[in-house]
Ligand binder design. Structure first.
Ligand code: TXD
Length: 312
């Protein structure tokens, strides 16, 4: 295959990203981790699954960044996950160091790559990758919105007793507890959620969505969610490689859209082979605007804390 995706961090999210990607047969895969032997073992295992599903994909596991040279896409999942009771922001100091290294080691070997960042705190880590790589904003995107929207869609489909294919939810804002589930724009087969779900039930769905990651962390006790986050990455990778012009919620650098600047923030973006082709701007009513501003403020604070930590 002549398309290459490198995944930095071969833990739960990184290795399941490799799994979903290999199944789609859209790129060769390199899995990098600092733990010796682990990415090699996982890659070999996954490679040996390919004859069963009949996919011709090469999967390399390594501790050496040289294997990432010439990547079309770099996915950064290296870093610590949350423990019960922790917020995503609690990970800032440790993960800033890890993401800095992952960015600097990969950009010199793949100067034309598009980056998809997952490591938390997501919006700040995407900002860090953009600054350190010196890439233009359209080539760095953070994954959170597909996941948060899929969580909301799961709850709405169960509430309404309909297929998940009929449900279209849009969760924007920062990837934290202040995220913004847009109940007016979200719909079941074209009808706004506000028209078909009672305000009390809708509030419960919004709350469960906001705490969706935490709910899983408290079940798992060690580590955080990985199946849904990683399939979201696979969706983004496919949209880029196939130049699909796919509109999805994701974290993008704001240059005045929605009245926001100089932070990464979850908005609808159009993804294609150049990366972010366009940021789609929704109309927001007063209540939605206020939620947006609250969420932006928390992202701004984390980004400021990052800037005090790393000189960027
Ligand atoms: O939607 C989202 N954005 C997220 C983000 C959804 C799920 C997980 N999210 C975040 O991704 C999570 O909060 C963490 O910050 C990262 C990674 O989560 P994961 O669940 O994959 O954690 P693991 O299983 O602990 O894997 C992390 C791996 C682990 O194997 C470490 O050895 C490795 O990262 N690691 C490194 N690899 C390469 N280089 C360096 N320096 C390094 N440091 C740690």
């Amino acid at each position: 295959m002549n398309t290459k995706v490198s995944i930095i961090g071969g833990g739960m999210t990184g290795s399941t990203t490799a799994h979903w990607l290999a199944e789609r047969e859209i790129a060769d895969i390199v899995l990098v981790d600092i733990v010796e032997g682990m990415p090699q073992g996982k890659a070999l295992d996954l490679q040996q699954a390919m004859p069963v599903i009949g996919k011709d994909v090469s999967i390399i596991g390594t501790n050496d960044y040289d294997a990432t040279a010439g990547s079309d896409i770099v996915v950064i999942t290296a870093g610590l996950p949350r423990k019960p009771g922790m917020s995503r922001d609690d990970l800032l100091t440790a993960n800033a160091e890890i993401v800095s290294k992952a960015t600097l080691e990969t950009i010199k070997r793949s100067p034309n790559a598009i980056y998809i960042v997952l490591t938390n705190p997501l919006d700040a880590m995407a900002f860090l990758t953009m600054k350190l790589s010196n890439l233009p904003p359209e080539r760095v995107v953070g994954q959170a919105g597909i996941l948060d929207s899929a969580r909301m869609s799961t709850f709405v489909a169960a509430e309404m007793g309909v297929s998940v294919q009929n449900v279209h939810c849009y969760v924007l804002g920062g990837h934290g507890d202040e995220m913004v589930p847009l109940t007016r724009h979200s719909n079941v087969a074209g009808t706004s959620l506000r028209e078909i779900i009672s305000p009390e039930r809708l509030d419960a769905i919004v709350n469960r969505t906001r705490k969706g990651g935490g709910e899983i962390v408290s079940f798992l006790k060690t580590g955080s969610a990985y199946y849904a986050p990683s399939v979201a990455v696979a969706q983004m990778v496919e949209a880029i490689i196939k130049d699909k012009h796919l509109i999805i919620p994701a974290s993008a650098f704001m240059k005045g859209e929605y009245g926001l600047k100089d932070i990464f923030f979850g908005v609808p973006v159009q993804l294609g082979y150049k990366g972010i082709e366009k940021i789609v701007v929704y109309d927001l009513d007063k209540e939605e605007r206020e939620s947006f501003d609250r969420s932006a403020e928390t992202v701004r604070q984390t980004t400021e804390a990052l800037r005090n930590l790393v000189k960027i």
